[in-house]
Design a protein around this ligand. Structure first.
Ligand code: C2O
Ligand code: CU
Ligand code: CU
Length: 510
């Protein structure tokens, strides 16, 4: 049991109180709330956005694309004065962007040069459970693990991050995260900007707080976990981006532990959302803001005029916290606002593309084909009344089945829900159809308080009776506190006891 975990009794009390309005009022009276943060207009934008490099790869004799990632500690210069101790892959902070095409075999040599055990999880990836990099695939200090799989899903903006049991928040917050871009022919056929680092830009957003010695600290944001008062974008404090094309594609990734961003522009201009977590939408969606909770992604196209400057911002978020709990939204960060990234268009802009109306047809999963409808109640930091138990299988799914998962946030406070392995589609939110921005492939959704979400999922390709996948709240403190469950995908007819010993898959080597 890790020593840094919060006493469970405190969390349980918060959970119990927050289910009632009276409870929330009680909570509020006992809680000293930080005033809302706003950095709007206060950011100097004096550093060029440090776009992560594309990861180098080699192609082996059998056609496998091979990457190397080494997790290591380092130092980053974010602020004047002392350097900040950080961690990253192949560098001091964050990691390179991996890129591969649908149909390609990939293998990643993951080396752990940290002083602590880590894992490396491929968030959003459809892959065998042994390669998933969840808590059952630890990599000890000095060890290596070489997950391999075939890319078998549409073009998308995915990401990678550690997933050690109970220790994820701290590792991600030190800088251990990176982007994984998937390409496919349907995406390539569209007139979209795709020149990486020029008109196709990863925007990895993390909120951080520094102490007087410039060290990263976890600033307590109350129930949701750590909330920072400054933003790093691709590991850059106060960044600007020189735009040289008339349309720029931003791949927004919320890689923060707890904060929900409500991305919008300083002039409230419209932009086009073209992709959600798992890939392109049917059609581009005109929006003037897009809200992303931790782990979620959105690709957007922004049209720029020659010579103009505009700031990507995060406005107050609509966390949906009702009644008395609304006051508590201050401590969930819902009232905070940020300048995120300044876009500076040059005097002449190259014409790179259109904003296409139609994108790719997204096949709809058929809820009528569902063999099971399962309930997941999110309350406190438990799911269906249970903490994560590495040796308990919560759900067994038969390979090939379509299922409906009914996720209910049974509290007056925020949660989220993420599923490994398969992208899902939202059927309804509190009985109503989802808005267009939530109608494509998703692997992570924000859960508004006291609201139910029905998802449809189809489990394909990989059956394994020994290695589970995870589902969990992606507020990292909740995840670390046990708000996670395990599911197996098995060949139809396989009998699995619900309590079974899932041993760590300790096949790493030194
Ligand atoms: Cu991004 Cu199981 O997580
Ligand atoms: Cu994941
Ligand atoms: Cu949660």
């Amino acid at each position: 049991m890790p020593s840094l975990r919060r006493p469970r009794a405190v969390i349980a009390t918060v959970a119990a109180l927050a289910t009632t309005a009276v409870g929330v009022a009680l909570l509020l009276s006992g809680c000293t709330e930080a005033p809302p943060v706003s950095t709007i207009g206060a950011i100097p934008f004096d550093k060029p956005l440090a776009v992560p490099p594309l990861a180098l790869s080699t192609v082996s004799a059998d056609g496998t694309r091979v990457f190397d990632l080494t997790a290591n500690e380092g130092e980053s210069r974010f602020l004047p004065g002392a350097a900040t101790p950080t961690a990253g892959y192949n560098g001091a902070y964050l990691g390179p962007t991996l890129r591969a095409s649908s149909g390609e075999k990939v293998e990643v040599h993951v080396h752990n040069k940290l002083t602590v055990t880590t894992t490396l999880h491929w968030h959003g990836m459809h892959l065998p459970a042994v390669a998933d990099g969840g808590p059952h695939q630890p990599i000890a200090p000095g060890a290596e693990r070489d997950p391999a799989w075939t890319i078998d899903q549409p073009a998308a903006t995915l990401w990678y991050h550690p997933h050690p049991h109970g220790e994820t928040a701290g590792q991600v917050a030190r800088g251990l995260a990176g982007m994984f871009i998937l390409d496919d022919p349907a995406e390539r056929a569209l007139p979209l900007p795709r020149n990486y680092g020029v008109d196709d830009i990863p925007v990895i957003v993390q909120d951080v707080a520094f102490d007087a010695q410039n060290r990263l600290v976890q600033r307590d944001g109350g129930f949701v976990g750590a909330l920072g008062d400054q933003l790093l974008v691709d590991g850059t404090l106060h960044p600007f981006l020189d735009v040289t094309t008339d349309v720029v594609r931003l791949r927004l990734l919320n890689a923060s532990p707890a904060r929900v961003y409500n991305f919008a522009f300083s002039d409230n201009r419209a932009f086009a959302m073209i992709a959600s977590d798992g890939g392109l939408l049917d059609a581009s969606v005109p929006l003037d803001h897009i809200q992303l909770s931790p782990g979620e992604r959105a690709e957007i196209l922004v049209t720029m005029a020659p010579g103009e400057k505009v700031v990507l911002q995060s406005h107050k978020a609509d966390l949906g916290t009702p009644g008395a709990a609304a006051g508590f939204a201050g401590s969930s960060g819902g009232s905070d606002q940020f300048d995120v990234l300044q876009l500076r268009a040059s005097a002449t802009l190259a014409h790179v593309g259109e904003v296409p109306q139609r994108l790719v047809p997204v096949p709809r999963l058929d809820p009528a084909a569902a063999t099971h409808e399962r309930q997941f109640s999110m309350n406190g930091t438990e799911i269906n009344g249970h903490d994560m138990d590495m040796s308990r299988i919560d759900v067994v799914v038969a390979l090939g089945d379509t299922e409906i998962w009914d996720i209910r946030n049974d509290m007056a406070l925020p949660h989220s829900f993420h599923v490994h392995d398969e992208q899902f589609q939202l059927l309804d939110i509190a009985g109503a159809p989802p808005p267009p921005e939530l109608s494509g492939w998703k692997d992570t959704i924000y859960l508004r308080p006291n609201t139910s979400y029905r998802l449809v999922l189809k489990f394909t390709d990989y059956a394994d009776a020994k290695h589970p996948y995870m589902y969990h709240c992606h507020l990292l403190r909740h995840e670390d506190d046990g708000m996670m469950g395990q599911f197996l995908v098995v060949e139809p007819g396989t009998k699995i006891p619900t309590t079974t010993t899932m041993e760590d898959d300790n096949h790493d080597h030194h």
